[in-house]
Design a protein around this ligand. Structure first.
Ligand code: DMJ
Length: 480
């Protein structure tokens, strides 16, 4: 497809041509992000694009190479063959899990296990399957709790786990233990070892037995007592991908996982009743719920829900299909407004609907943008499911803003205040910029038969996993 440049100054050369192919532009962005990572931070977790050196995050302990593993499938999909080859060689020679490291089980699962699984399914290269299973085995001690609800943090050498010290009443976090399902089902499928799937099915069982306040799932659950912590509910941070994985577990099971399906549609019903509101200006938003009281704030993270509602429309009762698509469209519009109402046309971390504002961040510590994908993710789902051209136009607006404000010589950086006239860069190129933001942009501007939804489900870090059909069997059976 070709778009015509809307005018205005855009800093990078290929945007200056009068006609351009947006998928090609996304690929060039990936090349800039990757080349700079390779040049300044190769083998380290992430890149600091201003100071041009490596960035390490304590989420991965001293496991290294987060950007490489997170980017593998994007490189493959964009047909960046040389880069994929060098990434694969790095994985073969250097990706090492025999380290004394305390890691976030959730982050390592979605980025490393998810990245390796997708790389395996796309390329068929055995090394990725082996590494994914090896890492999955390292994560298993996290489930050694009285309920089997895993710890948030795990030392992968000693096998000792614990929870975040800030979490209510020593609880595990819903979005963390609820976002293992897709990867662990695939680990069992590929290893022939049922233990992975058993662990995540047990999480389901524990959750379905519990009483839910107003049908909602609080963000905190104590892994020892099996009781909820504070009754805080969010479809953004701390809750988000739990809901996403209920729907996607059903889709990934070729629509046979009826429990996942029921839990998803019941949860959406409760979310609609208790959390979704319309502003006086007509913007639909998803508030946060604290023990029955609403905080009229929506996180950037929550914007993924537009895509989720639209993706789930198909399985909703037939009289509700259109309604779920409409809900997705309304959330997409609100999130687009949150971008459009800033000076840089990039969305803040959180925006509010109170004190006379709508879709605007009012607190200084909520005005940053860290290259997050959720809004573009929702545009991609909405485009595929409706083909309304406005989603591609909105995606292009995001490309222009990223190029203008986030692109620097040494890669792409987050921004400290999107309402400011001048960029103050945070100096981090997040690994999810390569795995998610750029991949979703590329898919938004590509044909629908690239990773079609009938065959692929994206994990929460945008790593595609194939739908498992009943007659697929597991790896072991296939080898017999
Ligand atoms: C990613 O790691 C995943 O999308 C996760 O579900 C939420 N946060 C980041 C991106 O914003």
């Amino acid at each position: 497809i070709l778009l015509v440049v809307s005018g205005g100054c855009v800093c990078c050369g290929f945007l200056l041509n009068q006609h351009y192919n947006p998928a090609f532009v996304s690929l060039q962005m990936m090349k800039h992000a990757w080349d700079n990572y390779k040049r300044y931070a190769w083998g380290l977790n992430e890149l600091k694009p201003i100071s041009k050196q490596g960035h390490s995050s304590n989420l991965f302990g001293n496991i290294q190479g987060a950007t490489i593993v997170d980017a593998l499938d994007t490189l493959y999909i964009m047909e960046m063959k040389e880069e994929f080859k060098e990434a694969k060689e790095w994985v073969e020679k250097n990706l090492d899990f025999n380290v004394n490291a305390e890691i976030s089980v959730f982050e390592v699962n979605i980025r490393f296990v998810g990245g390796l699984l997708s790389a395996y399914y796309l390329s068929g290269e055995e090394v990725f399957r082996k590494k994914a299973v090896e890492l999955g085995e390292k994560l298993l001690p996290a489930f050694n709790t009285p309920t089997g609800i895993p710890w948030a943090l795990l030392n992968i050498k000693s096998g000792i786990g614990r929870n975040w010290p800030w979490a209510s009443g020593g609880s595990s976090i819903l979005a963390e233990f609820g976002t293992l399902h897709l990867e662990f089902v695939h680990l069992s499928h590929l290893s022939g070892n049922p233990v992975f799937a058993e662990k995540v099915m047990n999480i389901r069982k524990v959750l379905s037995r519990l009483d839910k306040p107003e049908g909602l799932y609080p963000n905190y659950l104590n892994p020892s007592s099996g009781q909820w912590g504070q009754h805080h509910v969010s479809i953004g941070g701390l809750g988000d991908s739990f809901y996403e994985y209920l729907l996607k577990a059903w889709l990934m099971s070729d629509k046979t996982d009826e429990d996942g399906k029921k839990m998803y549609y019941d949860a959406v019903q409760a979310i609609e009743t208790h959390l979704i509101r319309k502003s006086s200006g007509g913007l639909t938003y998803i508030a946060e719920w604290k023990g029955g009281l609403l905080e009229h704030k929506m996180g950037h993270l929550t914007c993924f829900a537009g895509g989720m509602f639209a993706l789930g429309a198909d399985g909703a009762p037939s009289d509700k299909t259109g309604h779920h698509i409409e809900l997705g469209a309304e959330i997409a519009k609100t999130c687009h407004e949150s971008y459009d109402r800033t000076r840089m046309k990039l969305g803040p971390e959180a925006f509010r609907f109170d004190g006379g504002v709508e879709a605007i961040a009012t607190r200084q510590n909520e005005k940053y943008y860290i290259l997050r994908p959720e809004v573009i993710e929702t545009y991609m789902y909405m485009w595929r499911l409706t083909h309304d051209p406005k989603y591609r136009e909105w995606g292009w607006e995001a490309v222009e803003a990223l190029e203008k404000h986030c692109r620097v010589d040494g890669g792409y950086s987050g921004i400290r205040d999107v309402y400011n006239n001048h960029e103050s860069h945070d100096d981090v190129q997040q690994s999810f910029f390569l795995s998610e933001t750029l991949k979703y942009l590329y898919l938004l501007f590509s044909e629908d038969d690239l990773l079609p939804f009938e065959h692929w489900v994206f994990n929460t870090e945008a790593h595609p996993l194939p739908v498992l059909h009943k007659d697929d069997g597991n790896k072991e059976e296939n080898q017999k």
